[in-house]
Design a protein around this ligand. Structure first.
Ligand code: GCV
Length: 712
């Protein structure tokens, strides 16, 4: 009976994300209640109301008793939230908030009129809202509320989601159902989901969202759609979230009736200025534009012989009077360019360093190819000291198993942010490029900083397509706030908030998450292999993909397997992509003896009998890693099975089922890859390794015409 009570957990469908606010365990609740007896919070502005409502809801849910609402501290255990302007109590406390900026906050145990109280204080309402979420997180993760003295301020200014959502509801690379934006019913119907979306983002400090796909439709900029966007902006505003739009470069032609979109043409420039004025009349706090130009067939300034800087600056000039920002993507590779695709963004952008307006951020993917399970850091990081560079991570798992594979992306983000560019000696990390500190002396004074994540959010009840994919939205937001935070610590807090504080659950689940990305690398693209997925939809293995419209959309272009070996030679004897890195990094990556083994085949073409660090020849090591990846998934299944009594049945069942799919697909990746590469290596499988379940012809024959998220 006792056991039953202890583990009697309610059925849950994941809709509440990490904001479930279910009662915390009795012992903690008793201690915590004495720190949350009364809530002193203003509600004179929408942001203040949001903070007050969240605290009332959260404390009531977590502690089982709603705190009394009060204008001032009347008893021990009050929680006071606000700013000097909104709260007389806070004004009287004379706290030092100088370092907190507009979005930071402090949480401190204080005494007010002889009563013990906790104060959540900020300079602006939005900081107080962020502090409120932090305070709730302390409770949710089972931390003590005694003697608090915390200070937080975001290290990055723009922390934005990029939705690749089309106006027809399809989400490019989306695996969580249709778009959550119901454009047809907007602006009148404001789905309550929009508010929950804003709450979830604010709880992480995300302060911007780009609503539409970078492969954009000019209609988004027409009055009808701007009105719909304005309605969303109204819902998000109380949570500190600004809306942005992806701008189609050829919009002046498509919806403006002009004959050109040449960024130096006066009529085109006028059109964008007028458009910006119109947008700001409709949405006064509009964030700005995200642009994918001259990339994968999108229009751009190069269509008129102009540069990326010309294009970005034209839009920047239109937005500047209103305080808007241009996020100009560096994900470019040209149709005509025969050079190694990994080199093209650097080649196109570095010559323009220092030529972008102060309100332009160049948005760079973490790696030079495309969100692969593992890539070395993008060589642009560190190479444009006069231009603010913004990180673009992918949260949706286009290349990491779609919605069903349990792959926690925290370690991937952490690895990318901690990568050392060495451009100013050791410690010149990507995180420091992103937060602007590495090049503080050469960047424009008016600079901003940013981090973007391609959203994994859709209309599915659980938002992200799977319970564990919520962790990727979560970790993106937390790392955007502080790019030096730890993936493990974030996993720990997410597990506690999403599932349970039960140590016997938290430990194994965090462990399982932390190794899950490495496992995916192992069963998909070990040792630096990349871009080996099925054509177009990117589902499942396709190392045999060749031919078609362009070489750099095939797999054979990247793995270059032949009888003599495998891998892309990007060293000085090959494409020399290594030369785009600082000399210390280039020397390491370019030397087959020194390159970190996880990037071996990214930078080098090596023979099948190349000796790897384990002592095994390359072929044997490759097979070993494929198998190791599958084994990890088997282990995760076992771990999860053993946790059945510690989590609600509904979520347990779905995760268990998805892990089953993951195991099948990991095996498929392993077997298909081995079957294919063996035709080149000509070597037997190492002893003890099971042969692929099917023939290579079988794997090659598989078709998936309706795989979700396709670009078309
Ligand atoms: C939005 C990859 C994806 C495309 C995506 C593109 C990009 O190529 O497969 O769907 O397009 O990246 O980031 O622009």
């Amino acid at each position: 009976m006792l056991g039953l009570l202890a583990f009697a957990v309610q059925a849950e469908d994941g809709h509440d994300l990490w904001m479930r606010y279910v009662p915390i365990d009795a012992a903690n609740a008793a201690a915590s209640r004495s720190h949350a007896t009364e809530l002193v919070a203003a509600d004179a502005t929408p942001v203040q109301s949001a903070a007050r409502a969240e605290l009332a809801r959260g404390l009531g849910g977590l502690l089982g008793v709603a705190p009394a609402m009060s204008d001032t501290v009347t008893r021990d255990g009050a929680v006071v939230v606000g700013t000097r302007a909104s709260s007389r109590v806070i004004a009287r406390l004379r706290l030092d908030t100088r370092q907190l900026g507009a979005e930071g906050y402090l949480i401190r145990s204080v005494r007010v009129d002889g009563h013990a109280a906790t104060v959540i204080a900020a300079n602006e309402d939005i900081g107080a809202l962020y502090g409120a979420f932090h305070f709730l997180r302390l409770l949710q993760t089972g931390q003590s509320l005694e003697n608090l003295d915390l200070r937080e301020a975001p290290r990055v200014k723009l922390r934005v989601l990029n939705h690749w959502d089309n106006l027809d509801g399809h989400v490019e690379r989306g695996y969580a159902g249709a778009s959550i934006w119901d454009w047809h019913k907007l602006p009148d119907w404001r789905d309550p989901r929009y508010t929950d979306y804003a709450r979830a983002n604010a709880s992480l400090g995300i302060n911007g969202t780009v609503l539409n796909n970078v492969n954009s439709n000019a209609l988004s900029l027409t009055p009808m759609y701007l009105e719909k966007t304005a309605a969303l902006a109204d819902v998000f505003r109380p949570y500190g979230i600004r809306v942005y739009l992806s701008a189609r470069f050829s919009a002046p032609i498509e919806i403006g009736g002009l004959e050109t979109a040449d960024p130096l043409d006066p009529a085109v420039r006028r059109w964008w200025k007028d458009k910006a004025d119109e947008i700001y009349r409709t949405i006064p706090d509009f964030g700005g534009f995200l642009v994918k130009a001259n990339s994968e067939g999108q229009p751009g300034p190069q269509d008129y012989g102009r540069t990326h800087a010309d294009g970005a600056n034209m839009l920047a000039d239109a937005l500047a009077p209103h305080g808007g920002t241009v996020m100009w993507r560096a994900f470019v590779y040209s149709h005509e360019e025969p050079d190694d695709r990994a080199k093209q963004a650097y080649t196109e952008f570095v010559p323009h360093d220092g030529r972008f307006r102060g309100n332009v951020l160049v948005q760079v993917k973490n790696g030079a190819i495309d969100f692969q399970p593992r890539e070395p850091f993008h060589p642009l990081f560190g190479a444009m000291p006069k231009t603010p560079l913004m990180m673009e991570f992918q949260i949706t798992k286009e290349y990491l198993g779609f919605a069903t594979h349990l792959v926690y992306l925290g370690p991937l983000y952490e690895e990318a942010l901690k990568a050392d560019t060495r451009v100013r000696g050791p410690g010149s990390t990507v995180a420091k490029v992103i937060d602007g500190s590495l090049h503080g002396d050469t960047l424009p004074k008016s600079r901003t900083t940013g981090m973007a994540g391609v959203a994994n959010i859709g209309a599915d009840r659980n938002w992200s397509g799977s319970h564990f994919d919520q962790a990727n939205w979560y970790v993106f937001g937390r790392m955007a706030w502080n790019p030096e935070s730890s993936a493990r610590a974030i996993a720990d807090e997410w597990v506690r908030m999403t599932f349970s504080n039960d140590a016997a659950f938290v430990g194994p689940v965090v462990e399982m998450m932390m190794g899950s990305r490495e496992a995916a690398v192992d069963y998909m693209t070990p040792l630096g292999l990349h871009h080996l997925m099925g054509r177009g939809h990117h589902y499942g293995p396709g190392p045999w993909v060749e031919g078609g419209p362009r070489a750099d959309w095939t797999s054979v272009y990247y793995h270059r397997a032949s009888r003599d070996g495998i891998g892309f030679d990007r060293s000085a004897t090959g494409s020399n992509a290594v030369a785009q890195y600082a000399p210390a990094v280039a020397d390491e990556f370019g030397d087959v003896e020194r390159v970190p083994e996880e990037f071996l085949l990214w930078f080098h073409h090596v023979p099948w009998d190349h000796r790897t660090a384990s002592g095994r020849p390359l072929w044997d090591e490759l097979v070993h890693r494929y198998t190791r990846g599958v084994d990890y998934v088997k282990k995760m299944r076992g771990t999860w099975q053993g946790l059945e009594s510690r989590v609600d049945a509904e979520r347990h069942a779905q995760v268990a089922s998805f892990l089953g799919i993951q195991e099948k697909e990991a095996q498929w990746w392993r077997d298909a890859s081995i079957a294919y590469f063996q035709t080149f290596s000509g070597r037997p499988l190492p002893e003890g390794e099971a042969p692929p379940a099917h023939s290579l012809e079988y794997y090659e024959s598989l078709q998936f015409p309706y795989a979700p998220g396709d670009g078309k």
